[in-house]
Design a protein around this ligand. Structure first.
Ligand code: NAD
Length: 490
């Protein structure tokens, strides 16, 4: 078969022999564009063997030499950004501007990784005791593995491998079987940048591969991003087998609108947070909290704006504002959730099931009113373009309600009051807070700080925490007594 996604082991691209494949769709047309082979233990073993061999060499490269390759990589991504964005859009279905944002965020991590020696230099204190100097070394761990979801084919894997590799580790990436093509392009460019064979390996697959990585005795650390029940499973299994694990999970993020919010920019932010990437972002706003009286005009504007949103094929029509969801299962799942709302008290005031597109996994923007914290839709992650609306009386009640959510990625407040902003950011229980920012996703120098069931582990991805995750500290104490006598005689 021509369009089988290759694996990448020891610097070689291979099409493996198997009958077990996952179809990769263009979600806008339902056309099958590639087949992802589902690897097994054999490919895991080969990838680990290659990574171990590469680690021995790569970990001895100087930081400057590693930076040189990372700078080459940075340049190649810059040159190929548009090509990568098109691959993302094709296999994921997001619009081209969204796909450009996806690779841009990944690019910024490579940027960060180019200067990683500033964070990896450790600390030193001379004369910590008489004639004793102390310093810390931050040493790479060895072979690290990363497992990523479908929704950010570039950004999420790039939260992981550029930092791990810049710190001197070798890395095995298992991208989502739904979007393997972006990861392949990213690895091709890294190879072209001069990365030695085996420092980055790519294998494909599902549970069998993921579990094998989590229990493999020669793998030191696992980075995972995906749904919460699998994040928890990966965290538990990896930790039980002595590994460091960081595992990002699902989310339910609120957009809180105060009566004093600036209407135009607030509405633009709500639309892009709720319906950007067809709602398939772990930082998507999926709860709209209109605080106080008079939210009727807010709802009406939302209905009007949603009716005008251009939903369609992001490649054929460049004016598309919202693309499809990832596959038929996802579309059916979202439709079922909306179908099941009857009798719960919640009311669909704009129905995304009434979508006209005949082909493609499309769901239109959906607005659900009269939502309260006792309904399942309040807390479940839908991962589609569905915005639920609540109407508490004040900011205190809002915070009390939102703090009942089991997830803890992000929450945003729209206001013109510094006092309300301060109250909200201090009392809301989640890791990323936006004040008049619809998607408060941190940039590469900061960690992506999910809380509660949105994250399992101690050290988050990106930023300083990313460097700490992929290195371990060694404290070196040296004693040199002042007994040195210059001996003449050269
Ligand atoms: P998913 O959990 O279905 O898949 C994620 C990865 O796990 C994939 O590589 C997949 O192959 C693998 N996998 C699937 N089933 C498995 C199993 N039974 N055992 C072990 N591994 C398995 O997630 P998805 O649908 O690809 O992505 C969407 C989810 O990711 C959403 O819940 C979203 O909120 C979350 N997400 C979280 C963050 C974050 O930072 N917290 C970022 C992006 C996406």
């Amino acid at each position: 078969m021509e369009n089988i996604a290759p694996i990448f082991i020891d610097g070689k691209w291979e099409k493996i022999k198997t009958d077990n494949f996952n179809k990769v769709y263009n979600p806008a047309s339902e056309e099958v564009i590639s087949m992802t082979p589902i690897c097994g233990k054999n490919e895991v073993e080969r990838a680990v063997e290659s990574s171990l061999k590469a680690f021995k060499v790569w970990s001895k490269f100087s930081y400057v030499k590693r930076a040189e390759i990372l700078f080459n990589y940075r340049e190649l991504i810059k040159i190929n950004k548009e090509k990568i964005a098109k691959i993302i859009s094709l296999e994921n279905g997001k619009t081209l501007p969204e796909a450009r944002g996806d690779i841009q965020r990944g690019f910024e991590v490579v940027d960060f990784a180019c200067g990683i020696l500033h964070l990896a230099k450790g600390e030193s204190l001379p004369e910590i005791a008489p004639n004793i100097d102390s310093r810390t070394n931050l040493e790479p761990l060895g072979v690290c593995a990363g497992i990523s979801p479908f929704n950010f084919p570039a950004m999420v894997p790039m939260w992981m491998f550029p930092i791990a590799i810049a710190c001197g580790n070798s890395f095995i990436l298992k991208p989502s079987e739904k979007v393997p093509l972006t990861a392949i392009k990213l690895a091709e460019l890294f190879q072209e940048a001069g990365l030695p064979d085996g420092v980055l390996n790519i294998i494909h697959g599902g549970k069998e591969v993921v579990d094998s990585l989590c229990i493999h005795p020669k793998i030191s650390a696992i980075s995972f991003v995906g749904s919460s029940h699998i994040a928890k499973h990966v965290y538990t299994l990896g930790a039980k087998h002595g590994k460091r694990v960081q595992a990002g999970g699902a989310a339910k993020n609120a957009l809180v609108v105060m009566p004093d919010a600036e209407p135009k920019s607030t509405m633009n932010s709500i639309m892009s947070s709720a319906f950007g990437c067809a709602g398939q972002r772990c930082m998507a706003g999926s709860l709209l909290v209109g605080v106080g009286k008079n939210i009727d005009s807010l709802k009406q504007t939302l209905i009007d704006r949603s009716n005008k949103l251009v939903v369609g094929d992001p490649i054929k029509n460049t004016s598309t504002e919202m693309g499809p969801v990832i596959d038929g299962n996802s579309k059916e799942r979202i439709f079922n959730i909306i179908d099941g709302l009857g009798g719960s008290g919640a009311k669909v005031i704009r129905d995304g099931r009434e979508i006209k597109n005949k082909e493609g996994f499309f769901v239109g923007p959906t607005l659900v009113d009269n939502v309260d914290p006792n309904q399942p839709i309040f807390s479940q992650e839908i991962f589609g373009p569905v915005l639920s609306i609540l109407n508490p009386k004040d900011i205190e009640e809002t915070v009390e309600i939102l703090n009942k959510l089991k997830y803890g990625n992000g929450a945003t407040l729209f206001t013109s009051s510094g006092n309300t902003a301060r109250f909200f950011s201090e009392n809301i229980k989640c890791g990323m807070v936006g004040i008049n920012v619809g998607v408060p996703a941190p940039m590469s120098i900061y960690p992506f700080t999910g809380w509660n069931d949105s994250f399992y582990g101690d050290l988050h991805m990106q930023g300083k925490e990313g460097v700490q995750f992929y290195t371990r500290q060694k404290v070196i104490l040296s004693r040199w007594d002042n007994l040195y006598e210059y001996k003449s005689g050269w």
